[in-house]
Design a protein around this ligand. Structure first.
Ligand code: 2AM
Length: 491
């Protein structure tokens, strides 16, 4: 048999897989393609891949035989059992140091498990987030690989050349250990939910609050896209708002207001609850979709529940639009602050060394949340890789201070109008909580101790004989009942 020629193998010839193959081929790599239904291999070679260097394989054995060592094989198949099934089929043909890469939408715990299982067998595993859809896969996606660290040098060139490029830098870097690639992709999707919800709230305020027509709102978004909000989502929002149906009505006004979801936003919110991190904005974005989904109930409620009388806006309209831009920007800063807090917390828990500057760089291009803003986040983490929170970075600290007055005015006005702003409002509530030296959790602790003897600690400087320092204290608040609280000091 002739010497293997394949730089990388790819299993799964749906559109994403096909496009990624063609993209890697364009970058000079020889890709070997395989699919469960092997007729798709022939179709692909005869059509989309005609005239390229792409090779086909009609069995797993043939695929493995055609690959240079260490073998690199990307799976782009349906997440779940199909991934495990292919790993099992591949194992007999793989040798020590070969690399299996899962580029599908796997949930990160599966990637943690697969890394451990393959490493135990002397193989390497990479779980890679792939973002940017079919278009990204074809011309440059955002790639977020994590897993067996030893695999990175072997796949780095292919991955970084295949990824989107921004200012000559690839939107791909090594994320970290085990399931961190898929984890970061999940957080990316959660952040995408948040960004979209913020934009939707801004649209609602402009339309229902200020009474501006879609065509003019499109112009506002176009203007915003030239400033701090410059991003793919703002750009497509302007295009959507300009798009008219045949009768001249903005098409968006004819779309039923029931949002769907595939679940990655929910995964992020659940991960945040599990980690005990206040990722409130993504949570609200998920809940806003849930509330949108009960359209029929909302219609019934709208008939029997009145909001405030909506007064026409009498202030300076342009000033308010500028305030709204700042509200959107500040809320977005909070959302990313929360997203990075979540990643930091999980990294601590799972002992991952996450590359935060790299993560922001990976999101700068090729994916749905791509924006200029992510360049600023990259700079913040390049300046300080251990940055506790984005709000401690000088640039974002200044930005959020500048935005603050307008941000508050917008939310106050929306409240008076009765226009819901769950994402804007939760961002501000988080901001006010985060910057508070004292929060009312003292009362929560007292309540917990009162009804459940859950104990509390005393404020430094307020200690006395009844309230000793550095001890769990229980008080008999009512004079009734016992003084007992498990393994703690009772006064
Ligand atoms: P197929 O063409 O043979 O259906 C997207 O669905 C990709 O995942 C396709 O390449 C599809 O292969 C593959 N796929 C989906 N479920 C699979 C399974 N259970 N086993 C193997 N491949 C699967």
């Amino acid at each position: 048999m002739s010497a293997p020629v394949g730089d990388i193998g790819l299993i799964g010839l749906a559109v994403m897989g096909q496009n990624l193959i063609l993209n890697m081929n364009d970058k000079g790599f020889t890709v070997v393609a395989y699919n469960r239904t092997t007729s798709k291999v022939d179709d692909f070679l005869a059509n989309e891949a005609k005239g390229t260097k792409v090779q086909g394989a009609h069995s797993i054995q043939e695929l493995c035989a055609k690959l240079k060592r260490p073998r690199k094989i990307i799976l782009l198949v349906k997440a779940g059992p199909a991934v495990d099934s292919f790993i099992q089929q591949l194992e007999p043909y793989l040798e020590k140091g070969d690399i299996v890469i899962d580029g599908g939408n796997s949930h990160y715990p599966d990637s943690i498990r697969r890394t451990q299982e393959l490493e135990a067998k002397g193989l390497l595993f990479v779980g890679s987030g792939v973002s940017g859809g079919e278009e990204g896969a074809r011309h440059g996606p955002s790639l977020m690989p994590g897993g067996s660290t030893a695999a990175w040098p072997a796949i780095k060139e292919i991955f970084q050349k295949t990824a989107a490029q921004v200012n000559g830098e690839p939107c791909c870097d090594w994320v970290g250990e085990t399931g961190s690639g898929h984890y970061v992709k999940m957080v990316h999707n959660g952040i995408e939910y948040g960004d979209m919800q913020l934009i939707a709230e801004a649209y609602d305020i402009l339309k229902r609050g200020l009474g501006i027509h879609e065509s003019e709102i499109a112009d506002i978004f176009t203007t915003w896209n030239k400033g701090v909000l410059d991003s793919f989502l703002i750009e497509i929002t302007a295009n959507i708002l300009k798009f008219n149906d045949d009768d001249g009505e903005p098409l968006v006004t004819k779309i039923l207001d029931k949002a769907g979801q595939k679940g990655t936003g929910k995964w992020t919110a659940i991960a945040a609850l599990d980690a005990g991190t206040a990722v409130t904005l993504i949570g609200e974005a998920v809940f806003a979709r849930c509330l949108s989904a009960i359209k029929e109930e909302r219609v019934r409620a709208s008939k029997v529940i009145n909001g405030p009388q909506r007064e026409p806006f009498r202030g300076d309209k342009q000033q308010f639009i500028d305030d709204l831009e700042q509200a959107l920007y500040a809320s977005k800063i909070i959302s990313y602050t929360q997203g990075f807090m979540l990643m930091r917390e999980t990294a601590k828990e799972l002992d991952w060394n996450l590359n935060y500057a790299g993560i922001a760089r990976m999101w700068r291009g090729g994916c749905i949340i791509k924006s200029v803003f992510l360049g600023d986040i990259t700079s913040a983490y390049e300046k300080n890789k251990d940055l506790e929170s984005l709000l401690f970075d000088n640039f974002f600290n200044k930005a959020v201070h500048k935005a603050q007055p307008g941000w508050r005015r917008v939310i106050a006005q929306a409240c008076l109008w009765g226009i819901p702003t769950p994402a804007f409002s939760t961002a501000l509530a988080f901001f006010d909580g985060y910057r508070s030296e004292v929060v009312p959790a003292n009362l929560l602790q007292a309540q917990r101790d009162y009804f459940g003897a859950h104990t509390f600690r005393v404020v430094s400087g307020k200690e006395n004989a009844r309230l000793p320092k550095d001890r769990d204290i229980h008080i008999n608040w009512t004079g009734r009942g016992g003084n007992v609280s498990a393994s703690s000091y009772s006064a």
